[in-house]
Design a protein around this ligand. Structure first.
Ligand code: GLN
Length: 535
């Protein structure tokens, strides 16, 4: 069977949830026994989002193979429970870089290099790359941005060409918004009509329309949209607001989106999608037996998307523990020595978030000190672990001014220091310690309790590391290495003695947490946060 290509475009506004829609459809096709993968094409000129401030597009998601990617890839993995890779995220910057490299090599044999056909050919090559080896029955490609944006034009053109080339093996799903006008009490279809018109101007006729709405659409609206947009009435699907993104696959199932897709491709329906495990997760999520409040201390808390994978990991780990996790986002710049007790009062657990640079470090140190001294469950991730090391050095080991050389290059006690291989690096893009690395786990540790394995693999994104020179001082005073990299000896995880649960990890457990395989470390952390009297 030849690979089928499904493109998802968006119209009217951004943030309609193309990523969740495409992940939900892929989930349903996967549940019917098909092999699927999802790709995101981002129209910005950055080669990858690694150099972007999280305020721009939210979290930078890291894959096993060390690609720094768009946060939507996190959703793809969380829904499909399958790893993605560099090939699953392509940006305009990457496309142009590749075309320009070819031009410099002379590959174009003296031709004028142009958007059509050279840029569009490169886009098409990147889309087909995933389908090439027959590994997948479906390649689903999300086109970032909104139809009508100048930046997305080459992508829409590539979709037009591919639809032409692939014929019945390609399909376009267009996601739009049907706003509800309170004053007149009406749902309005005009923005959808205009958005489809914009697609048609670029030569692309959508096959299926998914209409995001706050209210049930009813037959009338569906028929009207079908008529104006040249789409079968049964291919107009509504996507109504739901309390959690994890309900969207069920809603799409009710709307028969998977059925419509398979019918249009003239494919066998396969077995009815089995979503038992998914449903049982949802039940546990919706009917919790416990409730905890965990403080997330970070400097991007105004924008929760900056911590997307962490937020979702708590949902997965919460469900496993049948526990509702209320996350309290606390701005690290607001916490100081005087107000820490007041701001952090009542928390069942404290998580110190990953990050870069000096801003907000003081507050993170105070929050960590508060958790250490008050026996409050603590998880430090990446910079969060490094902060735990700095705090311990300053306040327990009496190393005055101990710091990471990221914050203070000339500190007397560089307890966190630049990794050897990072010294001399001047290019910032894609040069951190990135992707999956092994970690040997000490038995008889909180880490082992969580993973139940002595060798684990987790993803990384950092330049600085625990400075081994000080390990003895730390260990003899109770902060012990419980995870190390078997090849380099690099400290991957630390645990504090005489504390109910205090763990810092240099890696990012949140990237590999999915609905069906929640992160063991988050599961244990949430468990530790549930007051013992309630267990
Ligand atoms: N800034 C730190 C480093 O580069 C931590 C990075 C992170 O938290 N992802 O090592």
């Amino acid at each position: 069977m030849s690979t089928k290509y499904i493109f998802v475009t968006g119209g009217v506004t951004s943030s309609l949830g193309k990523g969740i829609l495409i992940a939900s459809l892929a989930k349903l096709l996967q549940a019917r026994g098909y092999k699927v993968t999802i790709q995101k094409l981002d129209p910005y000129i950055n080669v990858d989002p690694g150099t972007l401030n999280p305020y721009e597009h939210g979290e930078c998601y890291v894959t096993d193979d060390g690609a720094e990617t768009d946060l939507d890839l996190g959703h793809y993995e969380r829904f499909l429970n399958k790893p993605t890779s560099q090939a699953n995220n392509v940006t305009t910057g990457r496309i142009y870089q590749s075309v320009i490299n070819k031009e410099r090599r002379g590959d174009y044999l003296g031709k004028t290099v142009q958007i059509i056909p050279h840029i569009t050919d490169e886009i098409k090559r990147n889309i087909k790359l995933l389908g090439n080896k027959g590994k997948y029955d479906f390649v689903l490609t999300e086109i970032g941005g909104t139809v009508g944006d100048m930046e997305s034009l080459p992508y829409i053109e590539a979709v037009r060409q591919l639809k032409w080339e692939l014929g019945k093996s390609a399909m376009v799903i267009h996601l739009t918004l049907v706003p509800f006008l309170k004053a007149s009490g009406e749902l309005k279809t005009k923005p959808t009509q205009h958005s489809v018109k914009a697609l048609l101007e670029n030569g692309v006729q959508p096959d299926i329309l998914v209409l995001r709405t706050e209210h049930d659409l009813g037959e009338g609206i569906r028929k009207k949209v079908a008529l104006f947009c040249n789409v079968d009435p049964d291919a107009v699907v509504q996507s109504i607001d739901v309390p959690t993104i994890y309900e969207v696959p069920l809603k799409m199932r009710e709307e028969k989106l998977d059925y419509i897709v398979l019918k249009k491709f003239e494919m066998t329906m396969g077995k009815e999608p089995s979503l038992d495990a998914w449903n049982s997760f949802l039940t546990k999520h919706k009917i919790p037996e416990h409730e905890v409040v965990i403080g997330l201390i970070g400097k991007y808390v105004e924008l929760p998307d900056a911590y997307k994978s962490i937020t979702e990991s708590f949902i997965h780990a919460g469900a496993t523990n049948q526990c509702k996790v209320e996350l309290k986002f606390i701005h690290s710049e607001e916490v100081n020595r005087r107000n820490a007790a007041e701001i952090l009062a009542g928390l069942d657990g404290i998580l110190v978030a990953p990050g870069f640079g000096h801003r907000g470090i003081k507050g993170k140190i105070e929050a960590t000190k508060f958790a250490r001294e008050n026996n409050i469950p603590f998880l430090g991730i990446c910079l969060g672990m490094q902060v735990a090391v700095i705090e311990f050095a300053r306040n327990v080991l009496n190393m005055k001014g101990a710091d990471s050389t990221e914050m203070n290059e000339v500190t007397k006690f560089p307890v966190i220091d630049l990794m050897e291989e990072q010294k001399g690096i001047t290019n910032m893009g894609g040069t951190m310690r990135l992707g999956s690395f092994a970690c040997e786990v000490k038995v008889d540790s909180k880490l082992f309790d969580a993973y139940q394995k002595d060798l684990i693999y987790e993803r990384h994104r950092h330049r600085y590391e625990f400075n081994d020179k000080y390990l003895k001082d730390f260990e003899s005073n109770g902060l012990k290495a419980v995870g190390t990299n078997p090849d380099t000896g690099l400290v991957e995880a630390l645990q504090l003695d005489n504390h109910q649960w205090f763990v810092g990890v240099q890696y990012h457990p949140e990237y590999s947490s999915t609905v069906l395989s929640p992160s063991p470390l988050f599961v244990e952390f949430v468990k530790a946060c549930i007051p013992k009297t309630k267990l």
